[in-house]
Every structure is written in structure tokens, then in C-alpha cells.
Design a protein around this ligand. Structure first.
Ligand SMILES: NC(=O)c1ccc[n+]([C@@H]2O[C@H](COP(=O)([O-])OP(=O)(O)OC[C@H]3O[C@@H](n4cnc5c(N)ncnc54)[C@H](O)[C@@H]3O)[C@@H](O)[C@H]2O)c1
Length: 346
């Protein structure tokens, strides 16, 4: 299939593109390039970009640009909870309105399937029980709220020829050349390597479902291959029950692999009220999906890559932290208050 991956120069996109190519797809990308130069280790080989090869803002997309595309994998977003607090209006504009406009343009251009990167954060704080796809959605942030709205609006566009599907990914971990240091396992391994401590800013009891970036990519590949009837308008939790872990367990996995790292659980309440355990039966049964990476293996992988590629404290705290990087791009004038590069239309 000819597949357009939006956000192909992000953390997940950089891992996903080679996996979709290996599955036989012809991939093109679309990205505004906020993190294009934020690379740890050898530079990734990006696919050709839509248009003239320069940065493309999702907000400027038209149906004409999508002719010939058979499937859209939509990853581009301002993609974490605190980012939504930095600029809630822009988060809603990019993550919600521009995403729905992209889907409308895709439908108009004859694109047959639209794979949307949603999140398990839509379940909010769900307690100790397992939440499946039918559980009530209780988004706690503009980021998670925008994901719920997009799911609703895309569902309204579905018909026999246009197949939206919602992949509610657990929190990702694992190495990507375009690293994110602001997601929990990547963050804790980084601190352990750089400072020798694993600091947990809570009592360690909140539940987090985790999944490796490669396992997320494989779920998207399965949805590209699945019969349309199996996925049309369906939500799938993407992850594995084995990686429903507490923050304390995640920290424990880090101290196991980083020599000499000391665990400090501060017991503060913390600012993040999320806690949920997720049921992944549906993707297993309907897509034949099986996540392969454990949290322990992911911690070991990260430790090995961080040390091999010489991760520095400065890079960890700036270019690999989404909020800090975007603030820096705004302060230096590369981006305006709307997170636009000068000269974008619309
Ligand atoms: N990483 C996770 O833990 C996780 C979990 C669940 C869901 N997701 C979702 O998966 C997707 C990808 O996440 P990620 O971790 O790779 O995030 P990321 O921030 O690393 O990548 C997002 C990419 O989108 C691009 N982008 C942002 N706004 C754009 C715009 N207006 N026009 C064009 N490109 C734009 C950025 O430049 C970036 O390359 C997001 O939608 C995110 O919400 C991620």
C-alpha cells in the first residue's frame, strides 16, 4: 500500500517507518520537523516527504495533496499531557481540528483507511480494575480530551469506502533515534545513567500500561493488513497485560539494569493523577496482536543505547524533552505562538 505517515520525524514515526517498509508498504512522510534534528546515535533514513521535501504543517493539508495515498497513519500531534497545558488552544487546533480536517481531506481524496494514534490516557484515572475498549472515557487533560474528540469525529466519517480505526496505545518506551526523554521508562533509565538515582515523585503505586515503540508499530502494520470489516470504526488497546505495571515496578526494572543506581521513592502526591490497568484482549483476538517487549528488556535496551551513544544531561533535558524543545523553538523565534513556522498558510 502507499501509506502516508504523519509525524514520521517523531519518536514513534522514526521507529514505525522501517517496520511498515519491511511489511512491503511504500511510505511517504509529513512532518513539521519540530524534532527532526533531535537525534541520538546514527541518523535515521527518513522516507520521502510529501510536497517539495521541506516541513509540512498538518494544518495546511488539502485533499489534492493526498491523491494516490491508500492509507494514512496519523501520528502527528503535540504529544503529551503537559504540552497541552503549555498551549491548550494550539493543542486543540492541531490534535483535534486539523486531524479531523486531514481525515475529511483523506476521505475526499479516496484514501481507504485512516489509522489514528489514540492513547490509553483516554481512560484517565480508572482505579485497579482492567479497562477494556468499552470502559467509560474520562480524559483528564486537553491532550487526552482531544484524542476522544478525534475518535468521535472520525467515527462519523466512516462508510464502506473510508475506514477509520483507533489505536489506543499504552505509554511507549524503548529506543528511537528521535528519542523522547519525557516518557516514564525512557526518563527513569536516563536519570539513572546520568545521575545514579532513580527518583519516583509519588508513592510508586499508580498503574501505568507500557508498550515498546516497535510493538506499537507492529500493531499499525496489522491494521494495514486486516480486512476492513475487522477494523472499521473499532478502537483497540495496544499493549499487553504483562506490562501493566506500577511506577515502583518500573523504577525497580531500572535499578536492575543500571549498575549502582539507587532507588528513591519520595512519596510526594505528584501532579499526575492517572492510574489505570488496561485489558488488551480485543487486539489479541481480532488482530492476532501480541506485544513482544517486556519492561525489563526495554530498560536493558535503553541502558545499552544511552551508554553506547553517549547520552548527555544537556541533550536529555532539552532536545529530547518535548516541552522544553518546543519552548526553546518558540523563544528563539523559529516557531510563533501558534507553533507555526514563519510563512505557513492557513
Ligand atoms: N509516545 C507515547 O507514549 C504515545 C502513547 C500513546 C499515543 N501516542 C500518540 O502517538 C503519536 C506520536 O507520538 P510520539 O511519541 O511519536 O510523539 P512526537 O512528539 O515524538 O512526534 C510527533 C510528531 O508530530 C509532528 N507534528 C506535531 N505537530 C505537527 C503539525 N502541526 N504538522 C505536522 N507535524 C506535526 C512533530 O514534529 C513530531 O515529529 C501522537 O499522536 C501521540 O499522541 C504516543
Amino acid at each position: 500500500m502507499r501509506v502516508l505517515v504523519t509525524g514520521h520525524q517523531g519518536y514513534l514515526g522514526t521507529v514505525m517507518v522501517p517496520i511498515l517498509r519491511e511489511a512491503g508498504h511504500s511510505v511517504i512522510g509529513l512532518d513539521t520537523g519540530y524534532f527532526a534534528d533531535c537525534v541520538l546515535g546514527p541518523a535515521p533514513v527518513d522516507p520521502p516527504q510529501l510536497g517539495d521535501g521541506g516541513p509540512v504543517d498538518l494544518r495546511d493539508m488539502t485533499a489534492e495533496q493526498l491523491h494516490g495515498v491508500e492509507a494514512v497513519v496519523h501520528l502527528a500531534a503535540l504529544s503529551n499531557d503537559p504540552l497541552g497545558d503549555l498551549a491548550p488552544d494550539v493543542t486543540y487546533e492541531i490534535n483535534h481540528r486539523a486531524s479531523v480536517r486531514l481525515a475529511q481531506a483523506a476521505k475526499e481524496a479516496g484514501v481507504s483507511r485512516f489509522l489514528y494514534a489514540s492513547t490509553c490516557s483516554v481512560y484517565g484515572s480508572a482505579g485497579d480494575g482492567l479497562v477494556d475498549e468499552d470502559a467509560p472515557l474520562r480524559p483528564l487533560t486537553p491532550y487526552a480530551e482531544s484524542k476522544v474528540w478525534v475518535e468521535d469525529d472520525l467515527a462519523a466519517l466512516a462508510d464502506t469506502d473510508f475506514v477509520p480505526v483507533f489505536l489506543r496505545n499504552a505509554t511507549a518506551f524503548g529506543f528511537s533515534p528521535r528519542l523522547r526523554a519525557d516518557i516514564v521508562l525512557n526518563n527513569l533509565v536516563g536519570h539513572a545513567v546520568l545521575s545514579g538515582t532513580v527518583k519516583v515523585l509519588s508513592d510508586g503505586t499508580p498503574w501505568r500500561p507500557l508498550v515498546h515503540a516497535e510493538d506499537i508499530a507492529r500493531a499499525f502494520a496489522l491494521c494495514l493488513a486486516a480486512p476492513a470489516e475487522a477494523i472499521r470504526c473499532e478502537a483497540f488497546n495496544i499493549g499487553t497485560e504483562a506490562n501493566n505495571v506500577t511506577v515502583a515496578e518500573i523504577a525497580g526494572a531500572v535499578t536492575e539494569v543500571v549498575p549502582g543506581a539507587q532507588l528513591r521513592i519520595t512519596g510526594e502526591t505528584g501532579s499526575d493523577p492517572r492510574s489505570y490497568r488496561v485489558d488488551f484482549t480485543k487486539a489479541r483476538e481480532r488482530l492476532g496482536y501480541q506485544a513482544q517487549w517486556s519492561v525489563a528488556d526495554g530498560a536493558a535496551e535503553l541502558y545499552s543505547k544511552y551508554t553506547a551513544y553517549g547520552l548527555t544531561e544537556a541533550a536529555f533535558n532539552t532536545e529530547f524533552t518535548r516541552l522544553t524543545r518546543l519552548k526553546a523553538l518558540r523563544q528563539s523565534g523559529v516557531l510563533d505562538a501558534a507553533m507555526s513556522r514563519g510563512g505557513r498558510v492557513g
